[in-house]
Design a protein. Structure first.
Ligand code: FAD
Length: 387
């Protein structure tokens, strides 16, 4: 086993575990403060990888997330590559489209490419001379007493390193969080919802977007829902949310078309029947989990942020945004307590747990209510249209 001492020039060492969206952004926040930042990521460098595996292709970036990006000078860069969505566009069964604005005139959320956002944040983190990105490092275990971490490396080797603070940004199935589970008075709950999701691509038509681009398109259908967010290459990524048992009922190309004919007929020519028949079976539907826990810290040694602390179901579009906000809240508390980890960490848990739990509850509430609400709006549109 190889051992490396991280401490340089007497600066405190902060290890960020996970270089996903929240980890990469957090590395910038800590680097800006002058800590020696070491980022450890289980995957290879996605900027060099041929295929980037992961969840949803694009995401809705809202005010919360933008504010955090602004703190590290990244807002303009990311916003310039986002597509504004001013309203939801509700698709009725008959194909009629009705917009519901997100807010006042001029307000919008942005559709951003997950992989690009992650890559830009990694590059931003790397521009700080006090930051080192370590890819192909999978955290296996760590000690709350010493801060010693053990990583699995490719080809079966292991490496150990030590840090003053470990920041767990390693997502919904966090390895950092496992250590918390062994401790007394740590509360934890995890809920899988009965729905899964599947992503389908709607290609451009005659070189243009197949639907109006500045909208988040929604097809609400009782227990199903499909949404579509625009991408810069003029495609839309459609996400079909449906109970797993419904996904499993469809096993042939003909059944896919029959299903779309019944529930999303206007989407068939837009996605293309042949594409639908093929792409529906490309990947199995993915599960969605909601994780709540508290506290978010252990002593002055470790803190959880992003999905590692609060994975939420995606119906509120706030998972990443809330994770980005975690970074600002932590940063503000660092100012308040002069970077004294023994005071900052408990305060962070005290302040942040209730807010993140509220986001998780709102997301779950939206999961239950959103389809019913949108159907209701749809009925209202049509009854008004009849008057
Ligand atoms: P992750 O993105 O999961 O990153 C964790 C990182 O840690 C990964 O890079 C992983 O490889 C690494 N890692 C894991 N284990 C280890 C280990 N043992 N050692 C080292 N590294 C490790 N949010 C929004 O705000 N807006 C949206 O519109 C939105 N849409 C969504 C749609 C879908 C279908 C889904 C599923 C989620 C959506 N979300 C959305 C939520 C959003 O994807 C997450 O909240 C966000 O990705 C969390 O970022 P994270 O960095 O905390 O975790």
């Amino acid at each position: 086993m190889e051992e490396s001492a991280l401490r340089r020039e007497d600066k405190k060492v902060v290890a960020v575990v996970g270089a996903g969206l929240v980890g990469a952004l957090n590395a910038c926040f800590f680097a800006k403060r002058g800590f020696e930042v070491e980022v450890f990521e289980t995957r290879e460098d996605i900027r060099k990888a041929k295929v980037v595996k992961g969840r949803s292709i694009n995401l809705a970036l809202s005010h919360r997330g933008r504010t955090a990006l602004k703190h590290v000078g990244m807002e303009d860069k990311i916003v310039s590559k986002g597509i504004p969505m001013n309203a939801r566009m509700i698709h009725s069964l008959s194909g009629k489209q009705s917009p519901i604005p997100y807010g006042k005139k001029g307000q919008y959320i942005l559709s951003v490419d997950r992989a690009n956002l992650n890559k830009e944040l990694l590059t931003a983190a790397e521009t700080y001379p006090n930051t080192k990105l370590n890819f192909d490092h999978k955290l296996q275990d760590w000690s709350a007493e010493t801060g010693l971490m053990t990583f699995a490396r490719p080809h079966g080797s292991k490496t150990q390193t030590q840090a003053d603070l470990i920041v767990g940004c390693d997502g919904a199935f966090s390895a950092v969080r496992k250590q918390f589970l062994r401790r007394s008075r740590f509360n934890y709950s995890q809920t899988y919802i009965p729905h899964g999701y599947m992503e389908l691509t709607m290609r451009p038509r005659n070189g243009e977007f197949a639907m109006k681009p500045n909208y988040l398109h929604i097809w609400p259908r009782n227990t199903f829902m499909m949404i579509a967010l625009p991408n810069l290459d003029k495609t839309f990524t459609c996400t079909l949310f449906m109970p797993f048992e419904e996904f499993e009922k469809i096993s042939t190309g003909d059944e896919v078309i029959e299903f779309f004919q019944k529930y999303f007929p206007d989407a068939i020519p837009l996605i293309g029947a042949a594409t639908l028949r093929r792409d529906y079976f490309r990947l199995p539907a993915q599960a969605m989990v909601s994780v709540k826990c508290s506290p978010y810290h252990i002593g002055d040694k470790c803190v959880l942020m992003g999905d590692a602390a609060h994975a939420v179901v995606p119906f509120y579009g706030q998972g990443m945004n809330a994770g980005f906000e975690d970074c600002i809240v932590f940063d503000e508390i660092m100012n308040q307590f002069n970077e004294d980890f023994s005071a900052v960490l408990p305060e962070y848990s005290r302040v942040r747990v209730p807010d993140d739990h509220a986001i998780a509850d709102l997301a779950m509430y939206n999961y239950v209510e959103v389809i019913q609400f949108l159907l209701h709006m749809l009925h209202m549109f049509f009854s008004n249209a009849n008057i």
